[in-house]
Design a protein around this ligand. Structure first.
Ligand code: ADP
Ligand code: VHF
Length: 373
């Protein structure tokens, strides 16, 4: 199964966590990077395109700023990232040049990918770099983001990048050998899970936060990232980045880490972007009948099935679609603003023009713009 999946991989996103990349003192570990560069060179030699998503800027900057501990305030973290990012890239350049590989720095914020034009632009740049045989090294643009514009963690970023570049595989290299039933740092009875067919609530309950002073998000964010990529028919493997040539061994099909199998039905790239990249601006609560036709029959959302509108949003915004119990089951792009939906909710589509004085169409969310979660 693994080998079959891996054979199809022409483009892979490799995410590297801070804990893997830094040594005991928090600085970038040149030995790790040298090993990584050798393995990336091997993959490139076999015709596999590699995109790296690398953490480590804050950890590398912390040491340079002389902070004794993990930065506490946002400005401290941003200052550490500003100092650390250039050190990080210098270390990448040095390590990769020994194997005749060039690297390129790409810093992204959530806003960049949420804007469809910038998303397409980023895609164009990445495609061009890969066509030139250059290895893109992506990180969050920590120095400029405030909370609402953040990916928050690079696991999430790596899932969105996988969708952006349409890679067939996401590899998450971390400081532990995969997903366990519970955090083994706190639960000695936890066991390693080798393969995941579906990300269940039980798995999510067992995936905790980071166990180190440099990591962000822990296993919970890795699981969330894997869940996002499998939805678009892509596999993910979480495995230990340290250890003898683990990247090459995983790519050869050795049974290391935890493999997440791609979902049978997959979202196209645009629907994946609607579901996971843009931030919802509000919510639409639907009645039970509408929930059924949307989720079972893949229909569009009409005004007649809408019970309530929450928040303020414009036409073209992304909104959450909630069932009568308030549970989100879909997301979509709305054709009407919150004020307009408020007026037409509960009415037949034929009445829209009479109520508003104009109409864009019969649907509030067309099925092409609606994603079931
Ligand atoms: N169920 C689990 N299985 C494995 N690790 C877990 C689990 N729950 C929490 N963790 C913790 O997640 C850590 C890895 O995440 P993190 O520290 O954020 O690493 P990275 O810097 O690679 O992103 C592990 O070292 C472990 O302590
Ligand atoms: N952008 C931050 C990394 C944030 C992050 O998610 O870290 P990690 O959990 O180690 O992957 C940095 O470069 O320090």
């Amino acid at each position: 199964m693994r080998k079959e999946l891996l054979k199809k991989v022409k483009r892979v996103v490799v995410k590297i966590g801070s804990g893997v990349l830094t040594d005991e003192n928090g600085g970038v570990d040149p030995r790790f990077l040298d090993g990584l560069a050798a393995q990336v060179a091997e993959l490139s030699g076999k015709g596999v395109e590699v995109v790296v998503v690398s953490s480590g800027a804050v950890a590398a900057g912390r040491q340079a700023l002389g902070l004794p501990d993990r930065p506490r305030t946002l400005p401290q973290k941003q200052a550490a990232a500003a100092v650390g990012q250039s050190r990080l890239m210098r270390a990448y350049e040095e390590a990769f040049s020994s194997y005749d590989l060039k690297v390129a720095q790409i810093l992204l914020t959530r806003d960049d990918l949420a804007n469809r034009r910038r998303f397409q632009n980023a895609r164009g740049t990445l495609d061009t770099l890969l066509a030139c045989g250059i290895i893109p090294v992506i990180n969050e643009n920590d120095t400029v983001v405030v909370d609402e514009l953040k990916f928050g963690d690079n696991d999430n970023l790596s899932a969105l990048v996988t969708n952006l570049v349409e890679a067939q595989l996401l590899l998450i290299m971390t400081d532990i050998d995969g997903l366990y039933t519970a955090d083994p740092r706190t639960d000695p009875s936890a066991t390693l899970i080798h393969q995941v067919g579906a990300v269940t609530r039980e798995l999510e309950r067992g995936a905790g936060g980071s166990g180190t002073s440099v990591g962000t998000g822990g296993m919970a964010t890795k699981l969330a990232a894997a869940k996002k990529v499998v939805k678009s028919g892509v596999a993910a493997i979480i495995f230990a980045g340290r250890g003898e040539r683990t990247l090459s061994r995983v790519m050869q099909g050795e049974l290391l880490g935890t493999l997440f199998l791609p979902a049978g039905e997959s979202l196209n790239r645009r629907k994946h972007w609607i579901a996971f990249t843009i931030k919802p601006a509000g919510s639409i609560v639907v009645d039970a009948g509408a929930r059924d036709v949307l989720s079972r029959h893949g229909r569009s959302l009409l005004p007649s099935g809408i019970a309530k509108v929450e928040g303020r949003f414009d036409r073209g915004a992304c909104v959450r679609v909630l069932d009568p119990e308030g549970v989100e089951f879909a997301r979509g792009i709305t054709d009407y603003s919150s004020q307009e939906v408020e007026k037409i909710r509960g009415h037949q589509s034929g009445e829209i023009e009479q109520i508003l004085g104009f109409r864009y169409g019969d649907d509030v969310i067309h099925r092409d713009n609606l994603v079931l979660l």
